[in-house]
Design a protein around this ligand. Structure first.
Ligand code: COA
Length: 172
């Protein structure tokens, strides 16, 4: 099965009573709009991958309750010394299921999948409102805080994965 196909990875976590699996971008659209841009019903998650990527969802029964996307992308300015960088995007858990460990579980399985795909670093532009969440998962803030209109204050967060892997050689 191709790596980007939904269903490539499936995990059942009895601890949190959720299923984690790869999803399509369309499956996460409604949840993302409601959680990330409430009050902007026409907003769509801007996702134009140039390289490898995957979207993951956490399900409670049939209901999608948390999403995250990861894609191969260098950190802007490439301060990362040739690391095989992956960008985390569109992390969101429905409000009624937040603070139960589900977002963290999904993030950690996303990172594990990045390691499976030879990534050595994960970064994101994280909302400062989620600063504690990112820092508790090993991300460190870098540089200035900046505003994204309609989404609030953000910082660059970087989590080295410590597996010593270098950027894959790309053919010309
Ligand atoms: C940020 C976000 C994705 C986190 O998802 P989540 O499912 O709530 O994540 P978790 O439950 O794993 O972690 C959230 C907090 O709950 C705590 N927690 C985890 N399990 C818990 C439990 N069983 N009981 C109580 N608290 C718990 C965690 O310690 C964590 O605390 P921290 O933020 O201080 O580190 C979610 O809050 C969200 O969607 N926010 C709005 C959108 C957003 O800001 N997205 C990020 C865009 S950059």
């Amino acid at each position: 099965m191709p790596h980007n196909s939904p269903g490539f990875l499936r995990i059942n976590s009895s601890d949190a009573n959720v299923d984690l699996r790869l999803i399509s971008i369309e499956e996460g659209e409604d949840l993302r709009q409601r959680v990330l841009r409430p009050g902007q019903p026409d907003w769509r998650f801007p996702f134009l991958p140039q390289a490898e990527f995957f979207h993951m969802g956490a399900f409670h029964g049939q209901q999608l309750i948390s999403v995250v996307s990861l894609l191969e992308e260098e950190v802007v300015g490439d301060s990362t010394n040739g690391a095989a960088a992956w960008r985390l995007r569109g992390m969101a858990t429905v409000p009624e299921m937040q603070n139960r460990g589900i977002g963290g579980l999904l993030l950690e399985h996303g990172v594990a999948e990045v390691i499976n795909r030879y990534g050595s670093l994960v970064w994101c532009y994280g909302r400062t409102s989620a600063d504690q969440f990112y820092q508790s998962h090993g991300f460190q803030p870098h540089g200035e805080i900046f505003d994204i209109e309609g989404a609030g204050l953000h910082a660059l967060y970087i989590r080295p994965l410590g597996n010593g892997l270098q950027r894959k050689t790309r053919s010309a």
